[in-house]
Design a protein around this ligand. Structure first.
Ligand code: PMP
Length: 370
């Protein structure tokens, strides 16, 4: 049988496996940082209405520039961050992964380099690879913060064209202070004109304000966001960015025409009409996230401070390491994430009942390993 490696595939893709967390059918799924709450019924009804309206025009291509949606997202950002942006500052695509891909298509690519600070969201490196962009893995401190001095040195050495800062960071939950982002921005611009991408996929869950106001007067700074987490709409595939209008012009050079379907645009607009209800769920999840931190610590776990809708915990340095604990939890019907960070696992904040099930399973596993 012909395998991938028998095909004339690009050398850098040979022997690689596709990204993806296991999608297992278990009672408690806390492994992909989804929002556990289904969309409220009034929103489901509004989506049906808006999509029906869009369906009547599906013989035509959608609004290529998604202007109404971008204006709605801009209003949402302005209202929730207190920093005024307009549709010209905002661009939307199919998930923030596509936003990041478009940024690398426009600002990375062959002969260019991007840097991130690991452990972080592994798709940054994978999208770099997919777009032919070189990748440099920068360091973090032992407590998973960005080591500013080391980061500056790495930027000066590699002179990257794109710098990824994930805040709150996946998988650690660590938020990045504004002055650290500014220090990295200055270091990056000193090395060469470059783009600093602040991935705020989990921004709404943070104890800290959004880093969005930092785009003010900084044309090389981009903030990316998503409806997959706070809006509880991972299945929708809607991500967006906010930046100087010139960045939006730049991604339009690489986006596929009509990339955002009329159905997607209609659904996202309906979701925006229900922002307050959805942000109410975010508040509940933040409380549950804080409860997970407290209870895991009470069990004796080492827990990384979290500003996201998930918690990194450990340390599991015994036989089999973190993976053995992952397996033991799975055997009790609880799926968490093993991101490959030595001795640590990541659990997404679910409903109170799901979190109780996870905490009970953890107590049982720890007792067994005692
Ligand atoms: N950024 C980060 C940090 C993420 O964790 C994720 C999803 N896990 C994404 C971006 C991509 O999300 P989406 O494509 O669903 O918007």
């Amino acid at each position: 049988m012909t395998g991938i490696d028998d095909l004339p595939i690009r050398d850098e893709l040979r022997g690689k496996s596709p990204y993806g967390a296991p999608q297992l059918d278990v009672p408690v799924r806390l492994n992909t940082n989804e929002n556990p709450y289904p969309l409220p019924e009034p929103l489901v009804a509004r989506i049906a209405e808006r999509v029906a309206e869009a369906a009547r025009g599906l013989n035509r291509y959608p609004d290529r520039d998604a202007v109404e949606l971008r204006a709605g997202l801009a209003r949402y950002l302005s209202r929730t961050t207190g920093y005024e942006v307009t549709a010209e500052n905002v661009w939307a695509a199919n998930g923030s992964n596509e936003v990041l891909q478009q940024l690398l298509q426009a600002f990375g690519g062959p002969g260019r380099t991007a840097i991130g600070f690991d452990p972080s969201y592994s798709m940054h490196a994978l999208i770099a690879r997919g777009t032919g962009t070189g990748w440099v893995s920068g360091p973090r401190t032992d407590d998973f913060r960005i080591d500013v001095a080391a980061a500056r040195a790495a930027i000066a050495e590699h002179r990257p064209h794109v710098v990824f800062v994930c805040s709150p960071n996946n998988p650690t939950g660590t938020a990045v202070e504004a002055d650290i982002v500014l220090a990295l921005y200055e270091a990056a611009q000193a090395a060469r004109p470059s783009l600093v991408v602040v991935d705020e996929a989990y921004g709404e869950f943070s104890h800290r304000p959004s880093l969005l106001p930092l785009i003010d007067g900084r044309p090389g700074l981009v903030v990316s966001r998503t409806m997959s987490k706070a809006f509880g709409a991972a299945g929708l595939r809607l991500g967006y960015l906010a930046a100087a209008p010139a960045v939006v012009d730049a991604v339009q050079l690489v986006r596929l025409p009509y990339h955002l379907s009329a159905v997607t645009q209609a659904t996202a607009l309906a979701a925006l009409e229900h922002t307050d209800t959805l942000l109410g769920y975010v508040e509940q999840l933040k409380t549950e996230r804080d409860r997970l931190v407290t209870e895991l610590r009470a069990m004796g776990c080492e827990v990384t401070e979290s500003d996201a809708n998930f918690v990194q915990f450990g340390r599991f340095d015994g036989p089999g390491g973190a993976h053995a604990v992952w397996q033991a939890l799975l055997e009790r019907g609880v799926l968490v994430r093993d991101n490959g960070v030595p001795g640590r696992l990541r659990v997404t904040a679910g409903t109170p009942a799901e979190n109780d099930a996870f905490l009970d399973a953890m107590r049982a596993v720890l007792k067994e390993n005692d």
